[in-house]
Ligand binder design. Sequence first.
Ligand SMILES: [Zn+2]
Length: 229
Amino acid sequence: MTTVKSVQEEILKPLQRHKQLTVKEAEEISLGLIDTLCDSYCQDEATLQYLSMFFTPQLYQDLLDERNLNKWCGYPMCSRSPERIRDPFEVDDNTKRFLWENNPYAYLSIYCSKFHFRCSQFYQVQLSDESLFARTGIHLINQSSSELERLNEKYGVTLFEQLLREKASEDDMKSLVAGLRRLGIKNDNDNGTEKGDDQFETDLSKWLSDIKIVEHEEPELLGDLEKDG
Ligand SMILES: [Zn+2]
């Protein structure tokens, strides 16, 4: 299992000499994270939240792909397999894209459940695009609390599970997403165009309907999450 401590001990510890990472060191961190998490999962929510300091949306996508190759659900909190295991070499990229765009259940070949599909999307959409080597101080193990607060403000994320536990209302979600957008955080479909905005609204309403499904039909899922958190 991956923990904040294991990431610090195994990946960050050799990089404590200076506050600014070199490009090479940033790459070492990226590869180290993929190496660790492609065949493991985060012990708790705090670990996944800590890791948001080191992820870009692209690095997270790479991790997702690697996890799938190892037959793990894409969401790094999860120890299950995707619902539908398929040989990744069985179809070419065009076929894959066609299947993805035309099959409403395509996410089940990547995730164990729709719930983790949403959790993962929600996480990814909040990740910063800033290059790792430009993120001053993220790798330092002994941080002052004011420095941690600064990093958290810049790179911190809220997990979908946390929103659910807080029983976020539609208004809460809308203001949260508006807040994310003000920070310039966008999803793949959002190119700052009106079409992007529409797409984002559509995604948001899908997420909201997922919250309702989880609340009403899968109370044991929330129970599990509460136990873990
Ligand atoms: Zn899962």
